[in-house]
Each structure stands twice: as C-alpha cells, then as structure tokens.
Design a protein around this ligand. Structure first.
Ligand SMILES: C[S@@+](CC[C@H](N)C(=O)[O-])C[C@H]1O[C@@H](n2cnc3c(N)ncnc32)[C@H](O)[C@@H]1O
Length: 293
C-alpha cells in the first residue's frame, strides 16, 4: 500500500504504520468529521499515548488547523461535547453548508453531521411571509436556513446556552438575517412567547422534544401550523409508538393524527435506536401534559 492513495484514513494509517508500526495504525478508527478547519476523531482510550502522533498525522494529511478527539458523551441539556485537542490549538471554526455560514467553537458546541439533510429541509419547508419559532435554536441550525429561505420570513429563536446564543447572534449577522431573527437567551419553558402566532415551530432537541409539544401548540396559529418534533425512538416500532405518545400529549385519539403526521428518519442514534423527526400539521385538538395550562 502506498501512503498517498485511498481515503484519508487509509493514507494516515499508512503513514502511521511507517513511523510507529502496524499495531498503532491498525487500531485507528476510520471515521472522522471535518468541520471547516477543525477535525473531530473518536479515538479509543487505549491509543492515548499516541494521540499527539495520530493528531499530527491527520493535521498534515487533511490540512486542518486543529484535531480534536471525543473523549466523553454529549453532556446535559446544552448538549456540550466532551473533547480534547490532540493537535493544533484554535477550536473556533466555520462550516459553510448550502450557502449558509455556521461559526462556532467545535470544542464546546456540537454540529451534528447527520443532521445536514434536516438543516437543508428547514429552509425548503418555509414559505414566504411565515413566522417561525425555533425553540432550541443552538447556533442557528434551523433558524438560519429558515430566515435565509425568503426575505419575508421572520424567526423567533430561543436558546438557553450563552455560548451557543453568542454564536446564534453572530451567525445571524454574518448571514445577513439579523434584522429578521429575534433571538432570546433563556429557557423556552419560561420565556414569554405570544400565543397563536407562529406558522412553523422547530423542536430540535434530543433525546426527545415531545414534552415541549404543548408549548409549541400554544404558540402555533390556531388556523394551522406545522411542527417539526425531534425524538429518539426504537428502530422497531418506535415511529408508531412516537405517534401514539404524541396523540396522548395532544389529548386526542390516535386516529385524529391520521394524515396529519409524517415521520422521517434523520440518522441512526446508537444501537437499535433512530433519531426521528415528526412533522405534525395542526390544529388537532387541545394539548395536555407537561407544558400545558
Ligand atoms: C444541540 S441543539 C440541537 C441540535 C441541532 N438540531 C443540530 O442540528 O445539531 C439543542 C439546543 O437546545 C438548547 N436547549 C436545550 N434545552 C433548552 C431549553 N429548555 N430552552 C432553550 N434552549 C434549550 C441547548 O442549549 C442546545 O443549544
């Protein structure tokens, strides 16, 4: 095998094998996520003594400034990644996707590669003149494509993590939509939202945004709106169970959702689980459950 052929992981593996022997090279996983000038790996802990060598090899091969490895789970409601810098230094980066610029600190904020299609779809679903509510705005994952879709769209974006909020504001500015994005730093369960005003509500939170459905329904226009509800569910039977749970939350019989929901699989989410998004057309009845009242 030559070191300058094949996919990037193979090239790095070949170079590491030359320098440090085949055992180290064999143990290196092939997966990686490039986010602008930052690269994210998931190296097993047993390779720790070689993190610096592996990071430097990737840095040279891909031409990135910084290499990170994920060393722990995504934490808490703020969905913070636990990463370590193994080569380079600066962790702020910018990803350009579908003509939209996403600036963020990759060591502190997640940018899920598997949600790419969903980010694109967010812009495609939005019609001119819509008023959009993004309950979990992050750095603008859905807010920016929605606001960029038409110059007449207005977005209300709520985000509780101050770091993500700072980038949300900055990203709205660098994408020229700051005048149409009204961002609020706070918990969407306590931020005051106008009732019955929004044509579309994004509920982009995992493991499940289902408990927030009553908040979204209250904010949605009573004549009709569309909700995009993200959740994790079992691969087998999880989609049907999710619609059943949604009917319970809405306080309607399961049959009331016939023809009103569409479910899409966004990405696999661990063994036997999928990240799903349910598109729900309202009105369907009066909400009951956690956020109701
Ligand atoms: C990581 S994002 C969603 C991921 C995103 N959809 C993507 O494409 O990668 C979820 C965001 O919701 C925020 N969040 C969680 N609970 C919240 C709450 N109750 N109120 C406001 N923001 C919240 C988190 O801080 C986080 O930035």
């Amino acid at each position: 095998m030559t070191a300058n052929r094949g996919p990037p992981a193979e090239r790095v593996r070949a170079k590491l094998a030359e320098r440090a022997g085949p055992d180290l090279a064999q143990g290196m996983p092939a997966g990686y996520q490039r986010m602008g000038r930052v690269l994210l790996l998931r190296l097993p802990e047993r390779l720790r003594p070689h993190f610096a060598a592996i990071g430097a090899a990737w840095q040279r091969e891909i031409g990135v400034t910084t290499v990170l490895t994920q060393v722990g789970p995504i934490r808490g409601e703020a969905r913070r990644p636990t990463v370590e810098v193994i080569a380079g230094g600066p962790t702020e980066t910018e990803v350009v996707e579908h003509g939209i610029r996403w600036r963020f600190d990759a060591a502190r904020i997640m940018f899920a590669a598997g949600n790419r299609t969903e980010r694109l779809r967010a812009g495609r679903r939005v019609a001119p003149h819509e008023r959009v509510l993004d309950l979990f705005a992050g750095i603008g994952y859905f807010t920016l494509p929605a606001a960029r879709a038409h110059p007449t769209v207005r977005v209300r974006a709520i985000e509780q993590n101050p770091e993500a909020y700072r980038y949300l504001i900055e990203n709205a500015r660098i994408n020229d939509v700051a005048d149409r994005v009204e961002a609020t730093l706070g918990d969407n369960r306590t931020v005051e939202l106008p009732a019955g005003r929004f044509d579309r509500v994004f509920l982009g939170y995992l493991p499940s945004a289902l408990p927030w459905v009553p908040i979204a329904v209250r904010a949605a226009r009573p004549e009709g709106a569309e909700l995009h509800i993200h959740t994790v569910a079992d691969v087998r039977g999880g989609a049907e169970a999710t619609v059943g749970r949604l009917a319970e939350i809405l306080g309607v019989p399961r049959s009331a959702l016939d023809g009103r929901t569409q479910i899409r699989r966004v990405k696999p989410y661990g063994p036997g689980r999928d990240h799903l998004v349910v598109d729900l057309r309202t009105p369907v009845g009066s909400p009951s459950g956690p956020g109701a009242g």
